[in-house]
Write a protein that binds this ligand. Structure first.
Ligand code: PHB
Length: 532
């Protein structure tokens, strides 16, 4: 791996002062990597309610950083995909969830306890949450299973509550041995009540609390405790065994794998020049890498999986520890729940349409044509997102519009992605009716067209749905590689030959599809992908 050519960007008594330094967060002993600190300051500021989309000038006010610093930090974070430009504003981008996902994956609590929370929510028809201590004064949610939406808690995974006002906080505050249960009678919010029990690890330490949460319209605090506590107690031995097992699995102290990193340092540096803060990018890579092995990583392993020099990785690790995002236990560094404060609660609420929207806008603007996403629905495709361009001749398509799958480019890439049996089932319900003089109506020829689409990874349909209309589509695949939706651009035959359309549109389509897929994988890593 390349050696670190740049001088260390470190503030503090021991280090070289970075030219963009405006704050010195060092405590006299721990040098804090300045650009990493400032990058996290910007992300924290934008994670506060009402700040998810801001002008850079507002960020200057929100952070106290100089405008030139904000510009460099924002340019780097946009390049890494954690923020994105939205007109003259900048906003949180789904890739930022990578850090919260890393914590949730590696903490050995969220995954083993989720099934218990779900079965409890089903059994009681109430919301159930799992919370961990975040410092002395706060409690942070790492799981929320929500029931009865109308009168239900507003908290999301990643949200934080003051420890002295909620049931989990009462359990953590007492120290071990924690009380066996605690009840919250509307101390957080009028109407909101909760009953919680502590969950302990194999050493008997309280590591989290599971709460059943209800509303005064359904229960008093006493009646909630009466129904919820026996159920919680019944599940407790199973929950504690599940946590102990997750944490003793060989993988828990495993070696870890490299995070899905942004672009290589070199490429971004060349493009952004002095605006690119390499030590911010490297620090964030280390942050994501810590989640790759349950139980965290040693310094040597963190350096190895990020491909960074050991001294560079060490500075980042010590900074992250100092800033409260990681802790060291023995020789390993592991993530702390505070990483969830980096936009997680807000971003985990974004749906499919909100995530793909900006990408469709960008694609439509780039190729000056309408861009859409559709899913297979019976023998049809159904549009789930669309950005039209306004031309004289414009097809009237909106979200919800259906077309027969066989005559559309999106339908063909989706049919092409099916397994042999599913494809046969689909074709059995498909009547290849001629919609124009060019519609393929021969079953063998159509089968060949699907095979070609599967081989090439795209489909081009030329005037088979409507005269004058040409469209090109690529699949959008889930984490397991299955096409779940299709992305297309439609154009008019008057704009050039089919080969010209393919040559100009396909690169834009495949690049956009890759960006959408990578954001969807991160945003829906821990919840089911709902496409509409
Ligand atoms: C919640 O999960 O929403 C919750 C849990 C415990 C409380 C309050 C709210 O004390």
């Amino acid at each position: 791996m390349a050696r670190d050519p740049a001088p260390p960007e470190v503030t503090g008594p021991t280090g070289v002062t970075d030219p963009t330094a405006v704050t010195d967060r060092s405590d006299g002993e721990t040098p804090v990597v300045g650009p990493l600190d400032r990058g996290l300051t910007v992300l924290r500021a934008m994670s506060r309610p009402g700040n998810h989309r801001l002008r850079p000038s507002d960020l200057v006010h929100a952070t106290g950083l100089a405008r030139s610093t904000v510009d460099r930090v924002v340019a780097t974070l946009v390049d890494l995909g954690h923020l994105r430009n939205a007109g003259r504003d900048v906003e949180l981008a789904p890739r930022l969830m990578e850090f919260g996902n890393a914590y949730l994956r590696s903490c050995g609590l969220a995954d083993p306890l989720r099934p218990f929370a779900e079965s409890l929510a089903d059994a009681l028809d109430e919301s159930v949450s799992v919370a961990v201590p975040d410092g002395k004064d706060a409690v942070r949610f790492i799981t929320q299973v929500v029931r009865r939406r109308a009168m239900s808690p507003v908290f999301r995974t990643g949200d934080v509550l003051p420890a002295d006002r909620c049931a989990p906080g009462a359990l953590f505050a007492a120290g071990d041995p924690a009380p066996d249960w605690a009840v919250d009678d509307q101390r957080v919010e009028p109407g909101l009540i909760a009953a919680a029990v502590p969950v302990r690890d194999a050493d008997g330490r309280t590591v989290c609390a599971m709460s059943v949460v209800s509303h005064t319209s359904r229960h008093t605090a006493e009646s909630l405790a009466a129904v919820a506590l026996p159920r919680l107690r019944e599940l407790l031995p199973g929950m504690e065994t599940a946590v102990a097992e997750a944490r003793s699995r060989p993988g828990y102290d495993g070696p870890g794998t490299a995070p899905r990193s942004g672009r290589p340092d070199g490429a971004a540096k060349r493009e952004l020049g002095a605006a690119y803060l390499q030590s911010l990018a490297r620090g964030l890579d280390v942050l994501a890498a810590l989640g790759s092995a349950p139980g965290g990583l040693t310094l040597a392993r963190a350096a190895e999986v990020t491909g960074q020099p050991r001294a560079t990785a060490r500075r980042s690790l010590l900074s992250l520890e100092h800033l409260g995002y990681a802790e060291s236990a023995g020789r390993r560094f592991r993530l702390l729940p505070r990483v969830l404060e980096l936009g997680y609660a807000h971003l985990s609420g974004l749906g499919f349409t909100e995530i793909v929207g900006p990408h469709l806008e960008e694609l439509a603007a780039r190729v000056h044509e309408s861009a859409s996403i559709a899913v297979l629905d019976g023998g049809d495709i159904r549009y789930v997102a669309r950005v039209p361009t306004y031309r004289i001749m414009s097809v009237n398509i909106t979200v919800g519009t259906r077309f027969p799958a066989y005559a559309t480019s999106m339908g063909r890439v989706l049919l092409a992605g099916l397994g042999a049996r599913e494809r046969a089932e689909q074709l059995a319900i498909t009547e290849l009716r001629p919609l124009t003089a060019r519609t393929i109506t021969d079953a063998d020829a159509f089968g060949q067209v699907l095979d070609d689409a599967a081989d090439r990874g795209y489909a081009l349909v030329d005037e088979e749905l409507e005269e004058g209309l040409r469209s090109l589509a690529v699949p959008l695949r889930d984490g397991a590689g299955r096409p779940v939706a299709a992305l297309n651009v439609s154009t008019y035959t008057g704009r050039g030959t089919a080969e010209e359309s393919r040559a100009t549109l396909l690169p834009a389509l495949t690049e956009t599809a890759a960006r959408i897929e990578s954001e969807l994988h991160i945003a829906f890593e821990r919840r089911p992908l709902r496409l509409s």
